[in-house]
Write a protein that binds this ligand. Structure first.
Ligand SMILES: *[C@@H]1O[C@H](CO)[C@@H](O)[C@H](O)[C@H]1NC(C)=O
Ligand SMILES: *[C@@H]1O[C@H](CO)[C@@H](O)[C@H](O)[C@H]1NC(C)=O
Ligand SMILES: *[C@@H]1O[C@H](CO)[C@@H](O)[C@H](O)[C@H]1NC(C)=O
Ligand SMILES: *[C@@H]1O[C@H](CO)[C@@H](O)[C@H](O)[C@H]1NC(C)=O
Ligand SMILES: *[C@@H]1O[C@H](CO)[C@@H](O)[C@H](O)[C@H]1NC(C)=O
Length: 366
């Protein structure tokens, strides 16, 4: 009981002292007390109930699911909190979180929260967590993150149905990942540099020193074939399917016309080849076609394989891992599907940090 009230109070306190709050017209701790006083007066109560009924009958469409029972809820603090964060915009969130016009973003639905926390711990160790913005794909994620870490989660409507969104290869998963280029384009239009990461990643070192030069788009190869350490930083030649196998899991973009063009093309490619039961597509082929079609107009940069290996290499080629010891920067737990399998593999490699080091995450223990 004590613990839960502590957990409840702490984030509220944070909300009320965070810098975003002072400039927010929506926030209103003050609303609570007048409502309570108002309710104690019988005449007011009668008027109030009448109004509620009239309002409920005459304009049911105005009541969103969030606002629906706001006055009947016995914990109006929750509703004030939720209403506030539901209205938090991407422009507000980016300006609050960005450091040096740069952001690190991920897109997460509720089932992925343990991976989000694992990833965050590894970023905290590199002291880059302050510029992490979580794009919440459902309201549960938006509220959970902002309760623990006010201002660091934003929801770009509409929210997805989190039950259907997390199965790799499903239409829900495709819908979920299809939103990625649009989110990134919006952030570029607001003028920020942005690093996108999947949350089944772990940072072992600081990736920023590897983002050399002033290129438009930086990415990693998802091919497991070993390359020489001094491999070219150009877009690799197409593979068997006529396209490259660049990973859509880790992308760094500068707010240039070239980077925006790639995001627009990626969205178009996703629309041109929508999900089908037979193909069980994810968003990665469309990203590769977008790179293929814009390559002549955009300054692309392939990051070092030794620093940013695909899971198909890091988890499957121990000889290569030994040879490149000390060079690895971000590890991606791909080339495997399923939450349980991913967690098991992270544990085997000492990369599942949430059990022992949750206190290092800005979210604490979830
Ligand atoms: C409101 O009170 C009822 C009865 O005490 C309880 O079951 C319910 O969970 C409470 N709702 C909230 C949102 O606290
Ligand atoms: C800020 O960003 C610029 C360019 O994006 C970079 O050159 C510079 O090193 C960054 N400064 C810090 C303190 O990170
Ligand atoms: C995915 O998006 C399509 C097109 O917008 C929609 O018809 C479909 O219901 C969505 N499916 C899921 C599972 O979210
Ligand atoms: C990499 O190094 C090898 C051997 O030193 C050299 O022959 C090759 O041209 C280099 N490749 C690139 C892309 O620099
Ligand atoms: C784009 O794809 C086509 C078809 O596979 C290929 O012939 C061409 O070389 C690719 N272009 C680039 C820049 O990779």
């Amino acid at each position: 009981m004590k613990m839960s009230s502590f957990l409840h109070q702490r984030p509220l306190h944070n909300v009320l002292t965070d810098p975003y709050e002072s400039s927010s017209p929506k926030s209103s701790q003050n609303h609570q007390r007048p409502i309570i006083t108002f309710l104690f007066n019988r005449t007011s109560l009668f008027l109030f109930l009448t109004l509620l009924i009239v309002f409920g009958i005459l304009s049911p469409s105005i009541r969103t699911p969030l606002q629906g029972l706001v006055f009947f809820n016995n914990n109006s603090n929750d509703k004030v909190f939720e209403t506030k964060w539901a209205g938090y915009t991407l422009a507000e969130a980016t300006s609050f979180v960005a450091k040096n016009r740069t952001l690190i973003v991920c897109a997460v639905s509720e089932p992925y929260l343990p991976f989000l926390n694992n990833w965050l711990i590894s970023i905290s160790r590199q002291k880059h967590h302050a510029k992490v913005l979580v794009i919440a794909e459902d309201y549960a994620t938006l509220f959970k993150v902002n309760r623990k870490w006010p201002g660091h989660a934003v929801l770009i409507p509409p929210a997805l149905d989190s039950q259907s969104a997390h199965k790799f290869g499903s239409q829900g998963f495709f819908n979920f990942t299809s939103r990625r280029p649009r989110h990134l384009l919006q952030i570029l239009e607001l003028g920020y540099n942005v690093m996108y990461n999947d949350v089944d990643m772990v940072w072992l070192a600081d990736p920023f020193p590897y983002l050399q030069g002033e290129h438009d788009v930086y990415f990693t190869d998802d091919m497991a074939a070993v390359k020489p350490l001094n491999h070219s930083h150009d877009l690799p030649p197409p593979g068997k399917k006529g396209r490259t196998y660049i990973c859509s899991c880790m992308i760094y973009l500068r707010p240039t016309d070239g980077a925006k063009l790639v995001m627009k093309k990626w969205t178009e490619e996703l629309q041109a080849q929508p999900w089908s039961k037979a193909k069980k597509a994810n968003d990665q082929p469309a990203f590769n076609w977008a790179l293929n079609k814009t390559a002549g107009q955009v300054d692309l940069y392939l990051l070092s394989q030794a620093a940013f290996p695909t899971g198909g290499l890091y988890f499957k080629n121990p000889t290569w891992v030994k040879e490149t010891k000390g060079m690895h920067v971000i590890i991606h737990n791909n080339y495997i599907t399923g939450f349980e399998k991913k967690i098991k593999r992270f544990k085997e490699y000492g990369l599942w940090l949430v059990d022992d080091y949750a206190s290092e995450s800005p979210l604490g223990r979830l």
